[in-house]
Design a protein around this ligand. Sequence first.
Ligand code: 1HN
Length: 340
Amino acid sequence: MGDDAYDAIAKLGTAPLWRYFGDLFAAQPKSRAEPFLWSYAALRPYLLHFADVLSLREAERRVLMLVNPGLADPPATTTTLYAGIQVILPGETAQAHRHTSGAFRFVIEGSGAYTTVNGERVHMHPGDLLLTPGWHWHDHAHEGEGPMLWLDGLDFPLVNALEAGFFELYGERTQKADVPDDISSRQFIHGRLTPAWSPRPSPNSPIGNYPWSETARAFDAIADDAVGSDSDGVLLEYTNPWTGGPVMPTIGCRVARLRPGFRGVPRRQTPSTIYHVVRGEGVTTVDGRRLEWGPKDVFAVPGWATYEHVNAARGDDAILFSYTDAPALTALGLYREEVR
Ligand code: 1HN
């Protein structure tokens, strides 16, 4: 039979495991995603250009996707997560829809816009984290002045890989507000005092907006007193008040303060991470590649890539917002980490 046997078994819809074993069962993961940085200063003029030439009636959303060079088709930022930068102009609306992918916005610049999430208008300010968990209706509107730009984070690479992606248009362009504006934030943001009249525990946080003012207050309250993580500095997790866990079942969001002179201990973990620089300048070395970051840049750390953060500034803090698929990997029993 010889080689003919290999041809024959291929035609029968089979393959010999012994020829694939090493690739299928590598000693450790090697991501197809590459360590990569997107410069906000370089992208911003193009975002404003497309805001000028492309109406929101022509585009479902006016977004530049941050495409990892190792993950061009289908486009993704890490193997499981997506990042994009969206721009909306005064007077515009982005039509209402929903999808099973979980999403959030982290506001980069501008004011006067809001997202309506399941009937609640949630207003945006720089540094705010707004959630649109899976299957929540959402549309955007801008009633302020000047362009409004934010980072979109979604888990659709993971959801599509799991073949669980659904999408639906609302039917009308925007939702009517049917609860008081920003009510979820106002009800839940005081942490240890939560509404007791209608507990509805859910793996999705009920908070529409984690405002920057509260994040700043948390860092101020800690001041210089917290020890922090050797690898990640003073790292705070945005939590779901019902569970104390991550904000969504697939995406965890965090924000870190790296003190002046901080040099992190190299670390790696199975979740991939996307960072957005809120403030400051520094360098993150990822599997030997130096990513030099400044304000508003975005960078990707693939799963199981070793990263080392440095804030070389003598006098200034660096603040890094980040998100990962850690909740999904943890739920599946696949979370691992290693600190050098
Ligand atoms: C989406 O719904 C938004 O609602 C932004 O603003 C980016 C990227 C892929 C799929 C859905 C939004 C998106 C998205």
